[in-house]
Design a binder for this molecule. Structure first.
Ligand SMILES: NC(=O)c1ccc[n+]([C@@H]2O[C@H](COP(=O)([O-])OP(=O)(O)OC[C@H]3O[C@@H](n4cnc5c(N)ncnc54)[C@H](OP(=O)(O)O)[C@@H]3O)[C@@H](O)[C@H]2O)c1
Length: 387
């Protein structure tokens, strides 16, 4: 038996416009070993990481042909005592990191030697498998793991955000940023956001943000500085954008002893800082990356408690439409997660059912026309007999 998977073909190019091809490839369905589970993937979700991998901007790409994708939801096909066939599940994409008290090196689904989720099936160690929260649909379950875990650790383990925290979240269209907004709002913190789009700012306000600034327009730092002085000073910045310009602005708007929690560098990885601006205000910069199994479990408990649902930007139907999904992310068009509905085979079947039912309808029509004709002929015969 074979399955379709999206496979990366690394080009090794060292250019700014590198964008490695992905190919829809037929592979054998893997057989689970001891303690492993075979899962039929229903939905997979993209992360900015998948884009960085294609652009050659991610560590450990090498020359191997990886199946991309770190997020998914699905149903157990071959399971264990805990996860029997038919169980609805999601996966923790961070592998080999148990406890939050001990920061460990870990690997992530979607780059060899780990399997990827942009595929019809995945075979994985039982320790990575979690029951899908009941209040989430499959597509929402697939949207949660990587971005939700990153935001959870950034906000609570590293940021220790509480009710009285005042948080600035740049680039609210991003997957992690949106979870951070939802998590901070859930505990009662005040949140202000930024975005390149007025529409995304409006959507963030409808989710509970106080207001937002457009980082593409001049004067956004002044607006935030005024808020910090006149209202409540920012105690936290949860940032995945990076870059000199952003960081020099962050240092201006934070209160004494404020914290920047950095989980990414979408805009720029290089940073030049005037250190006095940092130490004179006693500002802390904390780096964070995804999270441990313990935090993944806590994050699930948290979203169940507050009934938080991931925001989905768009669902692309069929693995074969992966390029449109990547384009959606490449253009920064998204507000929330980009999801792939993995229904190639179901669609084929649905198509056959539709064709057969159309055939049946036309045959039924012919049958009833013939029955009518027969009836009319019989009537004529009866009329002649009567005469
Ligand atoms: N360390 C980890 O474990 C970890 C985990 C997940 C992600 N990340 C990293 O975090 C970053 C975001 O990931 P994601 O998957 O959430 O990305 P995403 O969904 O692709 O979102 C990226 C967002 O970045 C925002 N942005 C772009 N330029 C900006 C700027 N100059 N200032 C402020 N915001 C800007 C845009 O927001 P608007 O659309 O609102 O303009 C865009 O929507 C990536 O760099 C990713 O590699 C790290």
């Amino acid at each position: 038996m074979s399955m379709n998977s999206i496979i990366l073909h690394p080009s090794q190019k060292r250019s700014k416009d590198r964008y490695d091809p992905l190919k829809l490839t037929k592979l054998p369905i893997p057989t689970p070993g001891d303690g492993e589970i075979l899962i039929k993937i229903h939905y997979a979700a993209l992360n900015h990481r998948d884009l960085f991998i294609r652009q050659g901007l991610y560590p450990g790409i090498g020359t191997s042909k990886s199946c991309l994708g770190a997020d998914c939801s699905g149903v157990v096909v071959k399971g264990t005592k805990k996860f029997s066939p038919g169980t609805k599940v999601i996966l923790n994409p961070a592998i080999n990191w148990e406890k939050k008290s001990k920061t460990d090196y870990f690997s992530v689904l979607g780059l060899l030697p780990e399997p990827g989720t942009l595929s019809e099936f995945i075979c994985i160690d039982e320790r990575q498998v979690f029951f899908k929260p009941e209040h989430l649909a499959f597509e929402e379950g697939a949207s949660l793991p990587l971005a939700g875990l990153t935001a959870f650790r950034a906000c609570f383990t590293k940021g220790e955000i509480k009710k009285d925290s005042v948080v600035f979240i740049p680039g609210i269209g991003g997957g992690v940023a949106l979870f951070a907004l939802q998590f901070c709002i859930a505990v009662g913190a005040k949140v202000v956001v930024s975005s390149s789009s007025e529409e995304k700012i409006e959507k963030a306000i409808s989710l509970g943000a106080l207001f937002g600034v457009n980082y593409k327009k001049n004067g956004w730092v002044e607006t935030l500085k005024q808020f910090a002085v006149n209202d409540s000073p920012f105690s936290h910045i949860i940032d995945g954008s990076g870059g000199d310009e952003n960081y020099s602005s962050f240092l201006k708007i934070l209160t004494l002893g404020g914290k920047i929690i950095t989980y990414g560098s979408t805009q720029s990885s290089n940073l030049t800082l005037l250190l006095p601006n940092l130490f004179l205000k006693q500002i802390e910069i904390k780096g964070t990356s995804m999270g441990s199994s313990e935090e993944f479990e806590e994050m699930i408990g948290f979203i169940e408690k507050y009934k938080i649902k991931p925001i989905i930007s768009k669902i692309f139907v069929g693995l074969e439409n992966f390029e449109s999904a990547f384009e959606h992310m490449r253009n920064s068009s998204q507000f929330g997660k980009i999801v792939e509905k993995n229904v190639g085979k179901i669609l084929d079947l649905e198509k056959k059912v539709t064709e057969k039912s159309l055939e049946l309808q036309s045959k039924t029509k012919i049958k009833s026309e013939m029955e009518n004709e027969l009836k009319q002929m019989q009537n004529k015969v009866d009329a002649v007999k009567k005469k």
